[in-house]
Design a protein around this ligand. Structure first.
Ligand SMILES: CC(C)(COP(=O)(O)OP(=O)(O)OC[C@H]1O[C@@H](n2cnc3c(N)ncnc32)[C@H](O)[C@@H]1OP(=O)(O)O)[C@@H](O)C(=O)NCCC(=O)NCCS
Length: 161
């Protein structure tokens, strides 16, 4: 991560303002502040932020209920895309999730979100299901799963602190 000039930290309620700024910059139907507060406060929340000079440039929101990890949100600042940040963040989530006991990683992605689908496929996720009308605007979602230990190996969680 340092090689990209960024640092990885747990995303806290303290980061709410920046998290909402990034959320609004990244989605046409962003979460409300109440949604974000509830995710940042969630007991099983496993939330990470990539910071450059204290500015939040990418974030992930997950639930970690070992042996399952579930991704709810992954967002990279629009001006910083296609530089490998999404891939690096996803890899960090996977390694840390393994460290905390996860074996499987699940997510839903919109059928129309080709960039995210391509990212997840390149990381080893497989399509395992379909969720009609999953999003509030009625768009369908693809359910994708990653077998973490198969892709990264059981000792891989020790690679990250
Ligand atoms: C999806 C998202 C997180 C990707 O972040 P990113 O930092 O641009 O991704 P990376 O640069 O690490 O790209 C990794 C790979 O993903 C795929 N990818 C990323 N953006 C893509 C695009 N616009 N078109 C096609 N493939 C794309 C490519 O395979 C890419 O590898 P490559 O650059 O070697 O070809 C980012 O586009 C984003 O924040 N989108 C809005 C929020 C969102 O939709 N989140 C997903 C919710 S499920």
């Amino acid at each position: 991560m340092e090689s990209l000039g960024v640092s990885l930290h747990r995303l806290e309620l303290f980061d709410l303002k920046q998290a909402m700024g990034l959320e609004k910059a990244c989605y046409s139907s962003p979460w409300t502040t109440a949604n974000m507060v509830s995710e940042l406060n969630r007991e099983v929340g496993f939330n990470l932020g990539l910071f450059r000079e204290r500015h939040l440039i990418a974030m992930s929101i997950c639930w970690l209920i070992a042996p399952e990890c579930h991704l709810l949100n992954l967002a990279v600042h629009p001006g910083l895309r296609r530089q490998g940040l999404g891939r690096q963040l996803l890899r960090a989530i996977c390694l840390l999730a393994i460290k905390f006991g996860a074996k499987f990683f699940h997510l839903e992605v919109s059928v129309s979100n080709r960039p995210a689908q391509a990212l997840y496929k390149s990381a080893g996720f497989r399509n395992v299901g379909y969720r009609p009308n999953y999003y509030p605007e009625g768009t369908d979602a693809i359910l994708m799963t990653l077998d973490l230990l198969n892709i990264y190996g059981p000792q891989s969680g020790q690679q990250i602190s």
